[in-house]
Design a protein around this ligand. Structure first.
Ligand code: GDP
Ligand code: MN
Length: 389
């Protein structure tokens, strides 16, 4: 399991390892935001704390110049929904004067089985977009785990990207400290976008993204872990014994067995390639698809406002398909009717025929049966993109 930290938590790790960050305070109410901004001085930045990027574009990052503006920004941002993540907490940071914006990240390159750093002089913008339109603007450099990232190597990265000696010298120490965050904290991702140079030419990380590798939890004293583990839908799922991961798309996906659900995610993403439809979540309901479990699972998936339709992919084993259909039909009665969305169901394995017959008899307007996994993925993507409505 990997845990995505909130910016204010990642920032704590940055600061502990010597990465320069702007002063910041947490605020849970508009009053606290005003107090924090007043203490830090104006201009200040009021920032939504959600574990997802693109907050700026969504209106979740606001530069404020007075107590009144701080209050207004905090009121607007608290409770805001950013692609399915509700803002419950703010960070107020000292406003920094931005002379230039750079991008820097360190990640695990699974294909090459090594650590990889990415750097660009064109920070601030969406890096996926940059990678698509201007891949040569991103310098990709492997990092040897034994030597790590040294200051000369970091300087070389910046120069390769076209940066001056001066910019390289200003950024390199911060980049080395970020490598220390990555390696010493057992992170699987450290990303700063943007890493800026301020008016005096000093580097400051004004955004912070860190994912920690849960396998290394035992050797750390991560006190924010508990907080990170109790995030919204994922926490509710965990409390219910379900294996749920929130994703960014529109199609709720659930099935029995992690492998099956993962292949289903792939098929949905593949079928949605041209229309931009992708999975909204991973949900493995595990064995025993009782009505209770189905109702809870379906309710959970449907409570994500981004979900337009749901793909349930079941391979009947010990729990036979007709029992699963029973569970789904009962779940349909139990979940909040106002939240119901069209469902595509694919059944295979033990008693699949019986399951489909049961479904046909029930004549639910909500459930469409698909014979194959691929067919189901195509059907659900068509539903999500509005082709069938
Ligand atoms: P993201 O949109 O989720 O990546 O959030 P960021 O923390 O990167 O903030 C979005 C944008 O707000 C940045 O790219 C900056 O352009 C701007 N921003 C954030 N902090 C400051 C600041 O202290 N001063 C100024 N002038 N702009 C800021
Ligand atoms: Mn950012």
């Amino acid at each position: 399991m990997h845990v995505d930290l909130y910016e204010y938590q990642a920032r704590e790790l940055f600061a502990a390892h010597g990465v320069p960050v702007a002063a910041g305070r947490i605020a849970d109410t508009p009053e606290e935001a005003v107090a924090a901004a007043t203490e830090l001085g104006f201009p200040a930045v009021v920032k939504a704390q959600v574990t997802i990027g693109g907050r700026g574009k969504a209106g979740g990052v606001k530069l404020v110049h007075s107590a009144q503006e701080a209050r207004d920004a905090a009121k607007a941002i608290l409770g805001m929904d950013i692609r399915g993540h509700t803002v419950e907490r703010l960070m107020v940071a000292a406003g920094v004067q931005i002379a230039s914006e750079q991008y820097f990240s360190i990640l695990v390159d699974r294909t090459e089985r090594r650590y990889l750093s990415l750097f660009s002089l064109r920070g601030g913008m969406d890096v996926e977009q940059l990678a698509a339109t201007d891949p040569e603007a991103i310098i990709r450099t492997p990092i040897d785990p034994l030597t790590g990232l040294t200051e000369p190597a970091a300087q070389q990265i910046v120069r390769t990207a076209g940066g001056t000696e001066q910019i390289a010298a200003a950024l390199a120490p911060a980049m080395v400290h970020l490598w220390e965050v990555f390696s010493q904290e057992d992170a699987s991702l450290v990303e700063v976008n943007p890493m800026i140079l301020d008016g005096s030419g000093a580097a400051v990380a004004i955004d912070a993204k860190v994912s920690l590798d849960g396998n290394a939890k035992f050797r750390h004293d991560w006190d924010f872990w508990r907080g990170a583990e109790s995030q919204g839908l994922e926490a509710r799922a965990k409390a219910l014994g379900l294996n749920y991961v929130k994703l960014d798309g529109q199609v709720g996906v659930m099935g029995n067995g992690a492998g099956l659900v993962m292949s289903t995610l792939d098929l949905v993403a593949f079928a949605g390639k041209t229309t931009g439809i992708t999975p909204a979540n991973f949900l493995d309901i595990g064995g025993g698809a009782s009505a209770d479990k189905m109702a809870v699972s379906l309710g959970l998936v449907l409570s994500d406002p981004q979900v337009r339709c749901v793909y349930i992919n079941v391979y009947g084993g010990i729990t036979a398909c007709d029992q699963v259909v029973d569970g789904i039909l009962e779940a349909l009665d139990r979940v909040d009717q106002a939240t119901l969305k069209p469902i595509v169901l694919r059944l295979d394995g033990n008693k699949a025929e019986e399951g489909r017959a049961l479904l046909a008899r029930a004549q639910s307007p909500w459930v469409k049966s698909s014979a194959t996994m691929e067919g189901g993925a195509a059907d659900v993507v068509a539903l999500a993109s509005g082709e069938n409505n």
